[in-house]
Design a protein around this ligand. Structure first.
Ligand SMILES: [Fe+2]
Ligand SMILES: [Fe+2]
Length: 280
């Protein structure tokens, strides 16, 4: 059974704790809600104590999270025994195992929401390839360069989504973040290295610089779309509830700032921000 959140001595929510989150790294466990309208009170620890509108939002966010994890397993699967080198195959296998674990983690949170959560898990587990919520997860990896660009661009968006949940107001979700983030870091580094090797036209390695550029053009717009609409009311509500740290637009801007020099360092070019976009 849960305890209702505590208010300050004057009956109003206590002020935000002066704690900071180390960007991109693991953090000390924090008991208080750090931002939003309940800043300063104890985090929500069980599904039963979460207010109903916040409950709806957690469920929605976890369904999208789990859906992307299971979809990416379907996308990677054909490359488990087709990746060009032994090391690449091993990392592909690790990525698939990690994404399965992330899906499990999101589903465990859904499961805490009782029958409603279990029904959503059943739906998630029966979703065929090409029927997922976000376009980036309905596209096939036709070439090895797609694997490199997907892990470099799309997994990197995933990291931004997870970082937005770091030390969020729902304890079980906040506690899932450090391990998920450290696993995702491997995926990003792998993606960047694959794309680099392709762009450099490394002898004996598949692909070419032109192919790497095509992969950038294919995945970058889908990655930017993943952040969602700029004026999303859901993203503003998620901040108010202390679930997410940034609006969609803030997160997208941070991402662009990070990816721009990386792409340049490979001698490749990023298309314009509005190129081939579907969600603005
Ligand atoms: Fe993941
Ligand atoms: Fe990943």
């Amino acid at each position: 059974m849960g305890t209702p959140p505590m208010a300050g001595p004057d009956g109003n929510p206590a002020p935000a704790m002066p704690k900071t989150i180390r960007e991109g790294g693991t953090v000390e466990p924090v008991r208080e809600i750090l931002w939003g309208t309940s800043a300063g009170v104890r985090k929500f620890e069980t599904a039963t104590e979460v207010p109903s509108d916040m409950r709806e939002l957690i469920v929605k966010l976890m369904v999208v999270q789990a859906d992307t994890e299971f979809a990416s397993i379907q996308q990677h699967r054909p490359w488990l025994d087709k990746a060009p080198t032994l090391e690449d195959r091993w990392i592909e296998a690790r990525i698939v195992a990690d994404e399965a674990r992330h899906g499990l983690q999101a589903c465990r949170i859904l499961r805490d929401f009782g029958e409603e959560g279990q029904k959503l898990i059943d739906d998630l587990l029966s979703k065929p390839e090409g029927h997922h919520k976000l376009d980036a997860f309905n596209m096939k990896f036709d070439r090895w360069s797609d694997v490199g660009a997907f892990t470099c661009f799309v997994d990197r968006v995933g990291v931004y989504q997870l970082r937005a949940f770091q030390e969020c107001s729902y304890g079980p979700l906040a506690r899932a973040m450090p391990l998920m983030l450290s696993e995702e870091q491997l995926h990003l580094n792998f993606g960047l290295n694959v794309l680099k090797r392709i762009a450099k036209e490394t002898p004996g390695y598949p692909g070419s610089r032109a192919e790497a550029q095509e992969a950038v053009n294919k995945w970058y717009p889908r990655a930017l779309d993943m952040f969602g609409h700029s004026n999303s009311a859901t993203s503003r509500r998620a901040i108010e509830y202390g679930l997410k740290r940034w609006t969609n637009e803030e997160a997208r801007a941070r991402y662009i700032e990070e990816i721009t020099p990386l792409v340049k360092s490979m001698g490749l070019e990023l298309p314009a921000i509005d190129f081939d976009r579907r969600v603005m």
